[in-house]
Design a protein around this ligand. Structure first.
Ligand code: MN
Length: 152
């Protein structure tokens, strides 16, 4: 059993890093469904039953287009970008809140020529994301705004 205690206080460093928090750049190859996005898990205590993560994309980066049974609560923390939730595409910026319900397609894109970072709250125990099939993509792209978003 892991009895390691997280310190009560973990000060912020410069540039959206924190003491005692590992910075995980995603592995990336040509076939990855995401681009230029890093992950830091800020809170992961069993008694919370949730995790709070910080994701950050470089300009032009994007998260995976996916859906799953679990939901997300998101707060944009830095920069501006576009976000798809279901069939809605919106411009979002610092401190905007985004709720992603169960089984809803979602993706974040750093479209504004700047880095774009957000906090994401999620169940600690959760199902694996589904990626879209060719048919799912074709259906999503029937909406002109979604097509423009997905085609960058
Ligand atoms: Mn997700």
């Amino acid at each position: 059993m892991d009895t390691e205690q997280v310190p009560a206080f973990r000060p912020a460093r410069d540039d959206y890093r924190w003491d005692g928090v590992a910075h995980m750049p995603y592995k990336q190859d040509g076939s990855a469904p995401f681009k230029d996005i890093s992950r830091q898990v800020l809170f992961d205590e069993p008694e919370l039953h949730c995790q709070l993560r910080y994701f950050e994309m470089a300009a032009g980066g994007y998260s995976t287009l996916e859906r799953h049974e679990h939901a997300h609560g998101v707060m944009i923390l830095c920069g501006h970008g576009h976000c798809l939730v279901g069939d809605e595409v919106r411009t979002v910026g610092p401190h905007d809140l985004v709720t992603i319900p169960a089984w809803t397609w979602h993706q974040f894109r750093a479209t504004q020529g700047e880095k774009f970072g957000f906090l994401c709250m999620v169940n600690q125990l959760r199902d694996k994301p589904q990626l879209p099939t060719a048919t799912d993509l074709a259906t999503l792209k029937e909406n002109a705004a979604v097509r423009a978003f997905l085609e960058g």
